[in-house]
Design a protein around this ligand. Structure first.
Ligand SMILES: Nc1ncnc2c1ncn2[C@@H]1O[C@H](COP(=O)(O)OP(=O)(O)OP(=O)(O)O)[C@@H](O)[C@H]1O
Ligand SMILES: Nc1ccn([C@H]2C[C@H](O)[C@@H](COP(=O)(O)O)O2)c(=O)n1
Length: 420
């Protein structure tokens, strides 16, 4: 069992742990010997009787891991006593791709006996969860970490103890380590693989796969120009794309395409790995439609890969814009097997005006759209991720003038770039 655990949680003693409290990350590391360091800040915040645990969700099956991560939160919130606090946490090897393991930091502030250890011990026996508990040394200053192992019938603590020590903020935000082909997909095959693997638990995945084009069709360059209109919700994409269709005698398509509508709400409930694979596949289906329509007329597309990548990147990373992968990172590169539009226009709008338009439209918002409203940092991350995507990069257009002025501005760009 110890061998299995070792390979599932590689290089345990080199790992850094990140706990997110009130939206800010606190980093700590572990080491075998204590060299006089003070306890990490997250431990100094604890009260004398607080007990704390880290829970890392980890299995060889990434679909199971992704789904269980969400289910675990629901289970803990349902079953933990009210004196417990839960925060997102992760463990990673600095700068090592795909080394991120996600989990939760659990603080139990209940006095006297608590059901928490029993609950955690049940979890370690039946679910893909690795638990660490932390205790204060006799001197009352240092904390040690104990990694629980799975026993035959009960949980026991491994003999090895590690001291917890502060760790520096890593060069790259930990969430960026696992982004490629988990949050953002760079090929039809990678996205398909995820949906194929969930076919037995999400039957709708098989229906989506049946709609997929061949790789060649998603890449074919059409004869006529392809113009993508991007932007946050209520920036005026629908208004503009419809006017462009009329003015240019163009075909109007969208991503995700209409044929995926019956399943969109279903996939929106899934964890990022599955949800993002669904939207990625939507782009390939739209690309095939573009290929067909683009033989006859110019094509206008309402959202495409920029949206898929920008929302995925901005959701995977928390905090300020500086936590995004740096400009020029491979994360922002266009998938090599996906049709490249002739022009991508990004409609930008002052947040207050966008809210006014949202209110006047009076329609419901998706969770991610509500998040845009409530969380200024999320909105800034989405906008910046849009701007950093290349191959093709988007051209920003101020969408605050009247609908007709915005249309004229975009027509100028199209005529300059696409010779229409
Ligand atoms: N240039 C403009 N000036 C003022 N109002 C506008 C302008 N463009 C669009 N609107 C209005 O703003 C609201 C949102 O526009 P629209 O539905 O076109 O945005 P959208 O980007 O397609 O939104 P979503 O992505 O949520 O579908 C609508 O009520 C629309 O009439
Ligand atoms: N090509 C696309 C289109 C949309 N999405 C995601 C991103 C947001 O969560 C949401 C916004 O879409 P809307 O409500 O405006 O239809 O859908 C995507 O990932 N890729």
């Amino acid at each position: 069992m110890a061998g299995r655990m070792k390979s599932l949680l590689p290089r345990w003693s080199s790992r850094v742990f990140s706990v997110e409290l009130d939206g800010a990350p606190f980093y700590f590391a572990i080491q075998e010997k204590h060299r006089g360091e003070e306890a990490p800040r997250v431990f100094r915040k604890l009260q004398t009787h607080d007990r704390c645990y880290t829970l890392l969700v980890c299995s060889r099956d990434r679909i199971k891991t992704a789904r269980f991560y969400g289910e675990l939160k629901d289970k803990l919130l349902r079953e933990l006593p009210p004196e417990c606090g839960l925060s997102p946490m992760s463990s990673f090897l600095p700068n090592v791709r795909d080394s991120l393991i996600k989990g939760y930091f659990l603080k139990d502030a209940s006095e006297g006996s608590s059901p928490v250890e029993r609950l955690l011990s049940d979890l370690t026996q039946h679910e893909p969860v690795f638990v660490c508990s932390y205790s204060k040394n006799d001197d009352g200053q240092q904390w040690t970490q104990h990694l629980w192992s799975h026993g035959e019938s009960q949980v026991m603590e491994t003999a090895k103890k590690y001291y917890v020590v502060p760790s520096e903020t890593p060069e790259y935000h930990p969430s960026t380590l696992n982004m490629i082909n988990s949050d953002v997909f760079y090929s039809l095959d990678e996205a398909c693989e995820v949906l194929k693997k969930c076919g037995d638990i999400i039957p709708e995945a098989m229906s989506v796969l049946e709609l997929l084009p061949s790789r060649v069709e998603a890449r074919n360059k059409p004869d006529f120009p392809v113009i993508v209109i991007e932007g946050l919700d209520a920036t005026g994409k629908t208004t503009l794309t419809e006017s462009l269709r009329e003015t240019l005698g163009a075909s109007l398509l969208r991503s995700p395409p209409q044929c995926l509508s019956p399943w969109r709400a279903r996939f929106d409930q899934e964890p990022p790995l599955i949800r993002r694979a669904f939207y990625a596949l939507g782009n390939y289906i739209t690309a095939e439609q573009i290929g067909q329509e683009g033989k006859k007329t110019p094509v206008i597309v309402d959202r495409f890969w920029h949206s898929t990548a920008a929302y995925a990147i901005a959701t995977a990373v928390s905090g300020p814009v500086c936590n995004l992968p740096g400009e020029g990172s491979e994360v922002y590169c266009w998938p090599s097997d996906l049709l490249q539009p002739s022009l991508v226009v990004l409609l930008t709008l002052d947040p207050e005006e966008r809210k006014r338009r949202l209110r006047s439209r009076g329609q419901g918002e998706t969770n991610e759209e509500q998040e845009l409203d409530h969380n200024q940092l999320f909105r800034l991350r989405v906008e910046e991720a849009y701007r950093r995507i290349s191959g093709p990069a988007c051209v920003s257009v101020d969408a605050s003038p009247s609908a007709d002025q915005v249309l004229q501005q975009v027509l100028l760009l199209i005529r300059g770039k696409c010779h229409l």
